[in-house]
Write a protein that binds this ligand. Structure first.
Ligand SMILES: *Cc1c(COP(=O)(O)O)cnc(C)c1O
Length: 349
């Protein structure tokens, strides 16, 4: 039986978290003179003089209504990136522990590992961009505390086989983190359904992609209450600012906009594939379950440069493991995609 406490760092087990004014008094009152805030208000149209709810309970309630996950199983971070960093700080002893990542994948896992002085062991995806389950397990040791799985994967765009993911959750002797930043675009369903079964699972989602709120910096982690409690203990007390909490709440009332944008993105992606396929400079378009395409082209450096000259920025992934010759292209609006297509047609190859 998996025991979270057995892999939490000792200093975190013993940590006495910061207790804020808002933590210590939770009842109703009319005069708040406990937090040294500015009692006269703010010099802005909205009032921001009061510290925000450290546990964002109103916002979590609205997320519960959409996701069906209880508030006690939700952590909110200043972007998913904060959740990733906090998991390192809870579970990985600097200089001793390690994590497993599966390149080509999202760059933040390794950066966060480096910042925390934790080794990132790389077990590449297979040439068809699937998890190499056996190699992952063979490369794990008693110090392997986190396994990062990104599905749909960035930059390849594909969803990873769910049976492989579940097997790894069962067999890996640490926390399995499944990053579902692109799940709203995917045909494959979310892994949040596994949460009731597995206590060593963390699922990350974000408001940065399908929700269209990258600038607000708001990420979600779903996990067992034990893991969520440690994340709350370690996070900065007021990590989600009041403006973000307010704006995310209003976004959650506008789910129709989000669903329409998802549908439009997916149909534009299909149209973009058709246009790209007809071009001589395009060698391969990898199947995508996300809002971007990984495209292998004849001369990536030249094509990237010519697009930049035309004011069009895509992501050059030519130097990334298993992505040689590839550009990563975000699906744009019909107008943006048209500009891209026209520019590519003018590049003579
Ligand atoms: C974009 C992206 C995120 C989002 O990170 P935020 O910090 O929430 O903006 C997370 N994971 C992956 C794989 C991404 O591509």
């Amino acid at each position: 039986m998996f025991d979270v406490e057995s892999i939490v760092r000792t200093n975190i087990l013993n940590l006495k978290p910061y207790s804020s004014a808002r933590d210590e008094f939770k009842g109703h009152a009319s005069v708040f003179l406990d937090a040294n805030e500015n009692s006269f208000g703010s010099p802005t149209s909205e009032e921001y003089n009061r510290y925000p709810d450290p546990l964002q309970l109103k916002l979590k309630e609205a997320i519960t209504n959409i996701k069906g996950i209880p508030a006690e199983n939700i952590f909110l971070g200043n972007g998913s990136d904060e959740a990733i960093d906090i998991l390192f700080r809870i579970f990985c002893e600097p200089g001793i522990d390690n994590v497993i990542i599966c390149p080509p994948t999202y760059g933040m896992y390794e950066v966060s590992a480096n910042i925390n002085n934790v080794a990132a062991k790389k077990v590449n995806l297979t040439p068809s961009f699937e998890l190499d389950v056996q190699a992952i397990l063979e490369n794990s040791d008693v110090h392997s505390k986190l396994l990062f799985i990104c599905s749909p994967n960035n930059p390849t765009g594909n969803s990873l086989h769910k049976e492989d993911i579940e097997l790894l959750i069962q067999k890996f002797n640490g926390i399995v983190v499944i990053d579902e930043a692109y799940i709203n675009y995917a045909k494959q369903s979310s892994c949040i359904g596994f949460l009731t079964e597995y206590p060593n699972l963390v699922v990350l989602q974000t408001f940065s992609k399908a929700w269209g709120l990258a600038a607000l910096r708001l990420g979600m982690a779903f996990a067992s209450t034990k893991i969520i409690d440690y994340m709350n203990k370690v996070k900065p007390p007021y990590n989600i600012n009041q403006a973000t909490q307010n704006l995310a709440l209003s976004a959650l009332e506008n789910i129709n906009w989000v669903n329409d944008a998802i549908r439009e993105t997916i149909s534009e992606g299909t149209r973009l594939v058709t246009s790209l396929q007809a071009m001589p400079l395009v060698e391969k378009i990898f199947p995508s379950d996300a809002n971007f395409l990984l495209v292998k082209v004849a001369d990536p450096v030249k094509i990237y440069g010519q697009l930049v000259d035309g004011g069009i920025i895509v992501r050059n992934r030519n130097n990334i493991t298993l992505c040689e010759g590839c550009l990563r292209i975000t699906v744009g609006t019909p107008q943006q995609n048209e500009i891209l297509i026209t520019a590519l047609q003018q590049i003579g190859i």
